[in-house]
Design a protein around this ligand. Structure first.
Ligand SMILES: [Zn+2]
Length: 194
């Protein structure tokens, strides 16, 4: 049986013209090893999933991805921040701190999510041993902004300190994902023959 060649199919060509689409574009067949399933996407958007650092992809621009979606990650252990007297931060890139965690504690599970929010869930273990989830405010990791040179952010150049602090305090995830498309990422699908 000969397959219909859609590039020569009048009705489709008319439609393409009406849409103003000159390029045929490309498509990717669904492959669960590189494409998130509907269930995975909804899990990532709700609470997120726990993964070891090695299970994340680091894209050439240093941002982090799981399959075909950019993600943000954080350590969900509330005690970790408490012991370091650090306000909880999430990572959007493979920064110096995340590299340190990856090499020194490769078994440390990180919470991976696609949700854009001001608060994320932390696991709190009380001295009594009681474990609970608590929502906590988060800020973006400044080392990530430095790794990406996001809006020229530079954590070491003193001359730009005021400017960089402003970039950090005005950071918005929504705006960030306008620079770095969150989903779907495409990994060079096959182009249709011209
Ligand atoms: Zn970071």
């Amino acid at each position: 049986m000969e397959l219909l060649d859609f590039t020569k199919f009048e009705a489709f060509n008319d439609l393409r013209e009406k849409m103003g689409a000159k390029q045929l574009g490309y498509f990717e067949l669904f492959d669960p090893s590189i494409h998130l399933t509907g269930i995975e996407r909804s899990e990532l958007e709700k609470l997120g999933v726990l993964l070891k650092p090695a299970e994340l992809r680091v894209l050439p621009d240093k941002t982090l991805a799981l399959k075909n979606s950019r993600v943000l990650v954080y350590n969900p252990d509330e005690n970790w921040y408490r012991s370091r007297r650090q306000y909880p931060t999430y990572h959007v890139a493979m920064c110096a701190q995340l590299e340190e965690i990856t090499s020194e504690q490769p078994g440390q599970e990180l919470l991976v999510t696609t949700r854009l929010d001001d608060e994320y869930q932390l696991v709190k273990i009380r001295p009594s041993g009681e474990v609970s989830m608590v929502a906590h405010g988060f800020v973006v990791c400044k080392h990530c902004l430095h790794a990406l040179r996001y809006k020229d952010y530079d954590e070491f150049r003193n001359r730009r300190r005021g400017y960089s602090l402003q970039v950090l305090s005005n950071f918005s995830l929504k705006e960030f994902y306008r620079f770095y498309q969150q989903y779907p990422l495409s990994f060079g699908g096959r182009r249709e023959p011209e």
